[in-house]
Ligand binder design. Structure first.
Ligand code: FAD
Length: 417
């Protein structure tokens, strides 16, 4: 490949495909290097309503709609004992602009996004493992190994790292920091015959809170349900059991899950992921922008991953396009991209951090829509990362009440088990 590209992108997941499509919309030449052959399995199946705005901007919505994914209208949060639950219905969010979202098999969904980027003119090389990158004053050079084992070198004006948790460039620069207290492990699988909500609530994601861990249950097409357990790595190690045993025991001791899994049949199980909550100290440097999970990942509890990955990739592509147009390697807009990306993540982080505390749960599971506070929470958890003033002050009020609840209980105590 002797051609020099405007942009090389490492990774063809939702972030890489979004960046590629956005750059093509601006007329840039793009090469995507993806180590797997799509469609490939990936966890992360529950999308957020605000994803829709990005689908529309990319022009991919008709293709996604035609794929027939399960419609998600709400998110249900349950106590492990099955006695208490609360539901966010996105159509009743009052500030929430998009009433519904989707539950997707990622293999199919990611493939649609990558093929869409290709249809806009991005060159996609699959089974191409990036092994090295070098940033020079006037270009970037990337080395990759093709399927047949041969090594290749390609060059571009800019590099976008969308390598997901592989975190390719930041790992090479040792930029990764973990969130203290958030070293988690996820154990998950796909099952058929799980009893999930029906009628109006069909398609809802269920999040089931245990003492210091939680389950997700995500309904997919064809009677398939994704079920996963997230717990502290330290707790997992203390159990000294293999992951599937830990998962099975947790199902049996969590009534809200166990009752739904009575007739469940295994499709695949025993998948494990660790060390997924982290941040990188730098998201941009000359000729390099990190997007999606390669910029950092928080925690899957509120299903924010794909939405944040696609929105950072879209913003990242805009600033890269502008930098190339201006003939610069590092711009103010790139720095601003870094701040904005961190701010968007922080909208979810304030919920995630508190979700693991009892005083937050006491208020969250006894929702009081006074001043339309629950509507503001609904809107944020639907994926609106730029809050209006109306939602901003309501969220402040909610978190002030969480602070008070810790010191002077306002809401009733809750029982998890
Ligand atoms: C347990 C768990 C549950 C989750 N659940 C949800 C959920 O319900 N909803 C949600 O929205 N999000 C969820 N997420 C997060 C979501 O999966 C990610 O945020 C999302 O996949 C990020 O997209 P991405 O494109 O940045 O990365 P990825 O989707 O991981 O794509 C990165 C791509 O880069 C490729 N790559 C990596 N290294 C190289 C290399 N050296 N050379 C070439 N290619 C390379 C990989 O093969 C991969 O295809 C979850 C995450 C975890 C850990």
């Amino acid at each position: 490949m002797s051609k020099t590209w405007d942009v090389i992108i490492i990774g063809g997941g939702p972030a890489g495909a979004t960046a590629a499509a956005t750059l093509r919309q601006s007329g840039r030449s793009v090469l995507v290097l993806e180590k797997s052959k799509f469609p490939r399995f990936h966890i992360g199946e529950s999308l957020l309503p605000y994803n829709r705005a990005i689908f529309d901007e990319l022009g991919v919505w008709p293709k996604i709609q035609a794929a027939g994914f399960m419609v998600k209208r709400g998110a249900q949060f349950w106590m492990g004992n099955g006695l208490l639950h609360t539901r966010l219905d996105f159509s009743r969010g009052s500030f929430t602009e998009f009433p519904e979202s989707l539950q997707v098999e990622r293999a199919k969904f990611d493939d649609i996004l990558l093929r869409h980027a290709e249809s806009l003119g991005a060159e996609v090389q699959e089974e191409a493992l990036v092994t090295e990158h070098r940033i020079e004053k006037d270009r970037v050079t990337v080395k990759f190994r093709a399927k047949d084992g041969t090594d290749h070198e390609v060059q571009a004006a800019f590099l976008m790292d969308a390598s997901g948790l592989g975190n390719f460039t930041a790992n090479r620069e040792n930029l990764r920091d973990y969130y203290p207290g958030h070293k988690k492990i996820a154990i998950f699988g796909h099952y058929s015959g799980v009893q999930m909500p029906a009628g109006e609530e069909e398609g809802d994601i269920l999040i089931i809170r245990r003492e210091n861990s939680w389950f997700w249950m995500i309904p997919l097409e064809n009677n398939k349900t994704s079920v996963g357990l997230v717990l502290d790595q330290a707790d997992f190690k203390a159990l000294k059991q293999d992951p599937q045993q830990v998962f099975d025991d947790a199902v049996l001791s969590t009534r809200a899950v166990q009752e739904r899994m009575i007739n469940a049949q295994v499709i695949t199980q025993g998948h494990v992921l660790t060390d997924f909550s982290y941040t990188n100290r730098k998201l941009v440097s000359p000729r390099l922008v990190r997007v999606g999970d390669a910029s950092g990942f928080i925690d899957p509890i509120f299903s924010s991953g794909v939405m944040l990955a696609m929105s950072s990739a879209q913003q990242g592509a805009h600033v890269v396009h502008a930098a190339i147009a201006a003939g610069k390697s590092l711009t103010f807009a790139m720095k601003r991209y870094e701040w904005t990306t961190r701010r968007h993540v922080s909208r979810f982080w304030m919920f995630i951090e508190k979700f693991y505390t009892k005083h937050f749960a006491q208020l969250f599971f006894h929702p009081n829509n006074r001043f339309r506070m629950v509507c503001a929470i609904n809107c944020t958890l639907a994926g609106r990362t730029r809050p209006s003033f109306a939602t901003w002050w309501r969220l402040r009020l909610f978190f002030a009440l969480v602070w008070i609840q810790k010191r002077y209980p306002l809401a009733k105590p809750i029982k998890i088990r």
